[in-house]
Structure formats: C-alpha cells, structure tokens
Design a protein around this ligand. Structure first.
Ligand SMILES: [Zn+2]
Length: 285
C-alpha cells in the first residue's frame, strides 16, 4: 500500500450527516489509503468535532480571512462574524496543538492583501508557534465556481491577491516559515517558482488542477516544477475532489520516477509536516 497525505481538505458546510461527519470523512480516506489530511475548519467548535477517526488523522487549521457570510454559506472560519479569528483563541489552540497551521488563507475572496497590517499578527503567530501557513494562490476560482457559487460570495474578490509574489515581504521577515502555495500551476507559475527558489520551506499543492483542471496545463506545470528541481516540494491536495481522478492523473504522468511519485503521495508532506519516524513507520505497514 502507498500511504497518502492529503494536504488540502475542508470540513463540509452545511454539515451533511451522511458525508460530513468525521467518520464519513475517515471512511472515504480509508478507501483511498489516505492516512492523514490537513482539514481546514470553519468554526471554534470544529476542534472538538474533528479529532480524527480510527486510524485516520486530521490536522486542523482555520480558513480565513473570511468575508461576511450568510448562515448557510459558512465555507470559511467565522466566530462572532469576524473576518479574522480571535487572536487569543488562535494562540491557545496552537499552544495546545489543537490546531496545526493557519489557512487556507483566502486573501482573494476577502479582498485582503497578505501584506496588510491586519495580517501581521497572524504571520507572527504562525512563525512563533512554528506551524505552516496554507495560502490560496492563483487567479481563480472564476465567478460561480468554488465558494464563489454561493450567493453573496464575494463581491470584493481580487484575483491579484492570489499572486504568491505578495508573500515575499512576509518571508523576508519570517524566512523559516513553512508555506504551502495552494492550487499551484494554474497561473502565476513564474512567481511561484521564484518564491520557491528563494525560500526552501515553500512547498506547493496542485489541488483542483491535478484532477478536474486541464490535463495539459497540469502536466506542463508539474514538469516545470520538476525541471526547476522542486520534485521534493510538491504535495498532494484534493480540495475535496475525488481521489480516483487525482491518482489516475499522477499514475499517467510518464516523466515521474517512482521516487518522485512517492514524494508527491506522502514523503514531501511528511517532511513539510515534520512527521516523526514512528508516525512514518506506522503509516507504512
Ligand atoms: Zn481549498
């Protein structure tokens, strides 16, 4: 069995008793050999709900900044209807290891510049607790796609806030900060590559592009990352899309070595997350 770490999943909203429970998520993971997943949560109650299930591990992280939402469209993190999580709460969750990162950071949706003063304390907190940041990058999704299908999301949407180049000043200040650039390969590829060249702790996930995105573009961007020498910094992300399509794509790519493929499935995420030897051994029965 090739164990897989999914670096990009979301808790479902509204909660669906058939597919949205921790047990249902774990069952889906188990049938596809997913041993652990980063799970982006939408409320303070989620740290008590998504504690993992059976042998499947959930690593939780709050999705923000979150634009104003209606009660039924809660796809990002909101407490008392704020755009940013309460800092004291977040710090306590990081200190007690109930949360394992910040993000998915949805700057384009909320029209918040990653360099803005409101974001500074969150970058500082991630750096101080040495947890990774997960950043939604790229111009998409287009109107009517992803969270933008929800009524009222997101009138202020700013494509250019998905540009990874905007993270440069943050990484200058926190050069050891681990960052996952999400949805990499759709666009801003030169900016993605430039940031990865400069900062060895910057990794990518190619979620959405790696399953339902154009196959030619996926293959070309994957080849670019490999040719740039970043084979050990590409992680698998599903963004809740079916695993079968992601695996079929990855198995069909002819220029990947078996080691590079294993890297994308598991090893790169294990390094990024700094999993200990015991955990890695347990994941490889
Ligand atoms: Zn996502």
């Amino acid at each position: 069995m090739q164990p897989i770490i999914d670096m990009h999943r979301h808790t479902p909203w509204p909660r669906d008793p058939d597919t949205g429970t921790p047990a249902a998520i774990a069952a889906e993971m188990a049938s596809d050999d997913i041993v652990a997943t980063m799970l982006f949560i939408t409320g303070t109650e989620d740290t008590a709900i998504y504690t993992g299930s059976g042998k499947r591990r959930f690593l939780l992280s709050p999705m923000f900044p979150c634009p104003a939402l209606s009660a039924t469209d809660r796809w990002c993190f909101t407490d008392s209807r704020t755009i940013f999580p309460d800092l004291a709460w977040l710090e306590e969750q990081l200190a007690t290891k109930k949360l394992h990162g910040i993000g998915e950071l949805a700057f384009s949706y909320a029209a918040i510049d990653p360099r803005s003063p409101e974001m500074q304390p969150y970058w500082d907190l991630a750096s101080r607790y040495d947890v990774p940041a997960f950043v939604h990058t790229g111009r998409g999704p287009g109107p009517g796609l992803g969270p933008r299908r929800h009524a009222g999301c997101c009138p202020d949407y700013r494509e250019e806030y998905g540009n990874p180049a905007l993270l440069e000043p943050i990484l200058q200040r926190h050069p050891k900060l681990r960052v996952s650039l999400q949805h990499a390969g759709f666009d801003f590829v030169d900016e993605t590559v430039a940031l990865m060249r400069a900062y060895p702790h910057v990794y990518v996930d190619m979620s959405v592009l790696n399953s339902v995105g154009p196959e030619g573009l996926h293959t070309a961007s994957l080849k670019r990352f490999i040719d740039e020498g970043f084979a050990d910094r590409i992680m698998l992300g599903s963004d809740d899309l079916p695993y079968a399509a992601i695996k079929a794509r990855l198995e069909a790519v002819d220029f990947l070595t078996p080691g590079q493929r294993r890297g994308i499935y598991y090893d790169n995420a294990a390094r990024f997350l700094r999993l200990d030897r015991k955990t890695i051994a347990t994941d490889h029965p």
